[in-house]
Ligand binder design. Structure first.
Ligand code: HEM
Length: 408
């Protein structure tokens, strides 16, 4: 087993391997030639164990600890004070709680309610344009567009800049030609351009605030003072990446699941009231954030494994979401599955802040699909991203057959 060999993830998430791992305890992953820092880490695959660790942030830190110099939520250590402890998702309480509280109102279901009609109109426009093309790249033409437009709106980024931001985010997230923890000239250049863009954008928000999340971030206070410039900059990077990458992957792989399970597609077409449970099943099935890491802060045990301060420990949401002790027939795609307590958005204090937005985007896009499309036919196999950090696609060529007169 080598969970740091990205070739293992080149065709999607390796479920058979995780089925085997779930049969055993929390396991220690020895380092391999691909493992960043040359050190091992714990692998947590069962639902109950993932839930227990995610719910105990004092022992399982998102920032770091236990004497370790770096930290964060990736297998590779990120520098403390630069990413770990500075990015919202790589912080611990109490600052994390207050930072999150500052932003939460911008992403609450109430705030998003006002966006609902706008998102549906955008989704309809995107899907109609793709249908007009006939054969399209579902990932690029449809799945990427709505989350990108939505996050640009949310952050107050001019819509005409969104494709540049997406290209930089793709480059920094892709691992087509590198191992975990490695950077290339291309990834460093993209990160630098994104930072320069973020610096200028944040300066504009400081001077001329708008009605958007970044304006709230630069003018709000946490612990009696403003967020540091680095915290603001990192928040911009986090939201562009989190807002654009995960939802597009979930939508595209969800459509793939509907192509692979025509009876589910027909059931949804016949009864759109199944949409909410279908969306939860798509989230469980696709689990596009496969894992997040924590750092052990004090001696403890987890399902019999003795963990030491400073140990890295990885929580595999995608594996927990196929645990047969919680999900009967976990490898069956069942759009009527209830209850469906999946962990696709994580759990505990770092539960995805964008979950209501992601659900709304998925609802809008699928509603447009059910209205405007009668059949989906792949014209070439999809291309997956080669990484263990996101399960996703870069291309998905399909032929969209429009709903028309006389068609169901
Ligand atoms: C289907 C789409 C999405 C999935 C599967 C997903 C998944 C996740 C997961 C698993 C976490 C927990 C990380 C951890 O515990 O270490 C998380 C956190 C987060 N997500 Fe999402 N996400 C999605 C969409 C979004 C969107 C659209 C946004 C923003 C526009 C967003 C913003 C965030 C933020 C800010 C956090 C950190 C919250 C915190 O640390 O308090 N996500 N997401």
């Amino acid at each position: 087993m080598d969970l740091t060999d990205l070739d293992l993830f080149a065709d999607g998430f390796p479920h058979p391997l995780f089925d085997e791992l779930r049969g055993g305890p929390v396991v220690w992953h020895e380092p391999t030639e691909h493992t960043p820092g040359g050190e091992g880490f714990w692998v947590v695959t069962r639902y109950a164990d993932v839930l227990a660790a995610a719910s105990d942030p004092a022992v399982f830190s998102s920032a770091g600890g236990g004497g370790r110099a770096g930290g964060g939520t990736l297998i590779e250590d990120l520098p403390a004070g630069f990413a770990a402890g500075v990015l919202l998702n790589m912080m611990d309480a109490p600052r994390h709680t207050r930072f999150r509280r500052l932003l939460a109102p911008c992403l609450s279901p109430r705030a998003l309610h006002a966006l609902r009609d706008d998102l549906q109109a955008r989704a309809d426009g995107i899907v109609r344009a793709a249908v007009a093309k006939g054969e399209c790249d579902l990932l690029v033409d449809v799945a990427a567009e709505l989350p990108l437009q939505a996050v640009a709106h949310l952050l107050g980024v001019p819509q005409e800049d969104r494709h540049r931001l997406l290209a930089w985010a793709n480059t920094t997230l892709d691992h087509a030609d590198r191992d975990l923890g490695e950077s290339t000239e291309r990834t460093r250049a993209a990160a630098a351009e994104m930072s320069a863009y973020g610096t200028a954008l944040l300066a504009r928000k400081r001077a001329d605030p708008g009605d958007d999340l970044l304006s709230v971030a630069v003018h709000g206070t946490v612990d009696g003072g403003p967020l540091t410039e680095l915290e603001q900059q990192m928040l911009f990077h986090l939201l562009i990446a989190a807002g654009s990458e995960t939802t597009r992957n979930t939508f595209a792989l969800g459509v793939q699941a509907l192509i692979d399970h025509p009876s589910a597609w027909h059931a949804l077409k016949a009864d759109p009231s199944l949409l909410p449970s279908a969306i939860e099943e798509i989230l469980r099935w696709t689990s596009t954030t496969p894992y997040n890491r924590r750092t052990v802060t004090r001696p403890t045990t987890l399902n019999g494994a003795a963990l030491s301060p400073g140990d890295k420990i990885t929580l595999w949401w995608a594996s927990a979401n196929r645990d047969p002790s919680v999900f009967p027939a976990p490898h069956t795609f069942d759009i009527t599955r209830t209850p469906n307590p999946h962990l696709a958005f994580g759990r505990g204090p770092h539960f995805c802040l964008g979950a209501p937005l992601a659900r709304l985007e998925l609802h809008a896009l699928l509603t447009s699909f059910l209205t405007h499309i009668t059949a989906l036919t792949p014209t070439a196999p999809p291309t997956f991203t080669r990484t263990n950090k996101h399960t996703g696609l870069r291309h998905m060529p399909v032929l969209l057959t429009p709903t028309g007169p006389g068609r169901a």
